[in-house]
Design a protein around this ligand. Structure first.
Ligand code: NAP
Length: 481
């Protein structure tokens, strides 16, 4: 099966913060891969910008290094790399002063689309917006991209939205949550709304509970400064896990259009009940073979959670009575992300009590080994009467769709949507604010509470998280690589 490539029109893309980690590791390699695939025109200009005093050849060498390190060797070649680097330029610029802006204005071509990627700390978003406007390059057709974190709480997110709204309309602002760019996350929508099979069952009447797990085996080393101010709730739940929850819980939008989809997600966020303090477990990893949280984050004593588990309820007709259990953490047993929908048991078993009969579970695996698994009950083969066993109907996307389908990195998909002006997979301002409005009281509730429970590295989190499930007579799924 061939991958379909829809070329995007000519553009000038300015990457502010182009020498930083995100740009070098994700944004520029993603652009190279799309260029090599023929999706980006040979006339595009990719202009790096940062304070570093560097000329274009030095920047190109840095970009080539980033591509060599972050693009698989079988997806690189010298010819396409040379042609790509020929489209890469650099302007030394300071977001907080006028230094370098005139050169950028000269570099930008008036007749093509303009996209400005803010790959810098959020404290510079306002400065960049102001400078683009003051230098006359914030034209009404241009787009800006802002990275997470979008605010630290509701007040700061509102302020950021207001700052950007001074110079840009909502249709021009692309707030990235790279989870939405993951193929398997988009597959949540394809599975739900592209098949008749699941949707009639997708409601509290048939679904016992839903588990969303985003487990990481790595710690916070290297990101300690940011992470200790955020914690798992702000770093993962308020954005990525909230987006997953919305895609699972939302009503079918009337079409696959940016506002139709975002309206439905917003309704889910607004229907979330406040989380009860007893339905939250926070944890922090201890030292094992590798350092514990405090040493990893280089912060000394800290009450920041590197793990969180929550029981979340949605107050609407579809989901009343079906809890969503969310769990995410660092230094856990394995790197594994999945959504598991456990259906209710049949109302009556004609086979009597059968140890092999389990609830049906639909598992949508986000990483690694993306795929879908449906656990069903069948008869165990053999002459020994009617004994039931559970078997998985297993579909690995890589196996089913073949090797021609190399799953693109989330940033590739999102940057192409951005260049096309499609906001469907980007968060709207009111959506981000609603997510903070739900998150803030959850965080406030533990301010004077106990420190996070400790958990051993390589475990499934603190014991209290297991108890959160046990008391509801349920169990977390095993975290498996
Ligand atoms: P970083 O490695 O610290 O890079 C920051 C970039 O901004 C550098 O290129 C820096 O270059 C430039 N910069 C700093 N001050 C500037 C100024 N006054 N004017 C112009 N350029 C300036 O940060 P990062 O990790 O790439 O993160 C960038 C943004 O993406 C942040 O908002 C972060 O939260 C977000 N993000 C990052 C990741 C990730 O994996 N890294 C993931 C998700 C979101 P100079 O010092 O030369 O100016």
């Amino acid at each position: 099966m061939e991958t379909y490539v829809q070329p995007v029109g000519p553009f000038d893309l300015v990457v502010f913060g182009a020498t930083g980690d995100l740009a070098q590791r994700k944004v520029l390699p993603a652009l190279y891969r799309r260029f090599r695939a023929g999706q980006i025109s040979e006339s595009a200009q990719i202009i790096g910008a940062a304070r570093a005093q560097m000329d274009a050849p030095a920047f190109r060498a840095q970009v080539a290094g980033g591509i060599a390190a972050h693009v698989p060797a079988d997806q690189q070649d010298a010819d396409s790399l040379a042609r790509f680097l020929g489209r890469v330029f650099f302007c030394p610029i300071d977001a907080s002063s006028d230094r370098g802006w005139k050169a950028l204005v000269t570099r930008i071509r008036p007749a093509v689309g303009h996209v400005y990627y803010f790959s810098v700390g959020p404290e510079l978003f306002g400065d960049l917006a102001r400078q683009l406007y003051a230098h006359g390059i914030a034209d009404p057709a241009c787009r800006i991209v802002v990275e997470k974190p979008f605010g630290h709480d509701l007040a700061s997110a509102r302020q950021l939205n207001a700052t950007l709204a001074r110079h840009f309309e909502e249709r021009q602002i692309f707030r990235i949550d790279h989870y939405l760019g993951k193929e398997t996350v988009q597959n949540l929508m394809a599975v739900r709304f592209g098949n008749m099979l699941f949707e009639p069952l997708w409601k509290a009447q048939y679904v016992d509970h839903i588990q969303i797990t985003v487990a990481e085996s790595g710690g916070v080393a290297g990101r300690g400064d940011y992470y200790d101010r955020a914690g798992a709730m702000r770093d993962m739940v308020q954005n990525h896990m909230m987006q997953l929850l919305c895609l699972i819980a939302m009503e079918p939008p009337h079409c696959f259009d940016a506002d139709a989809l975002r309206d439905e997600k917003l309704k889910v966020i607004r229907a979330l009940e406040p989380v009860q303090p007893g339905d939250i477990v926070r944890g922090q990893y201890t030292a094992g073979e590798r350092p514990g949280y405090a040493e990893d984050a280089a912060v000394g004593n800290s009450d920041t959670e590197s793990f969180i588990a929550l029981k979340v309820k949605i107050s609407n007709w579809r989901w009343k009575g079906t809890p969503f259990y969310l769990r995410t953490g660092k230094r856990l047993k394995a790197r594994s992300s999945e959504v598991a929908i456990t259906f209710r048991d049949p109302p009556h078993s004609i086979f009597g009590k059968q140890p092999g009969q389990r609830s049906n579970v639909l598992v949508i695996r986000l990483q690694p080994n993306e795929g879908i698994k449906l656990k069903v009950t069948v008869k165990e083969p053999g002459p020994g009467g009617m004994r039931l066993v559970e078997v998985p109907l297993d579909m690995s996307f890589a196996r089913a769709l073949g090797s021609a389908h190399v799953l693109p990195d989330a940033y590739e998909r999102l940057i192409m949507d951005l260049l096309r002006g499609d906001q469907t997979l980007f968060m709207r301002g009111d959506e981000v604010e609603a997510a903070w409005a739900w998150t803030d009281p959850v965080i406030a509730a533990w301010q004077d509470g106990p420190a996070p429970d400790l958990y051993a590295p390589g475990s499934a989190g603190p014991e209290a998280a297991m108890e959160l499930m046990r008391r509801d007579r349920r169990r977390w799924r095993e975290i498996k690589p």
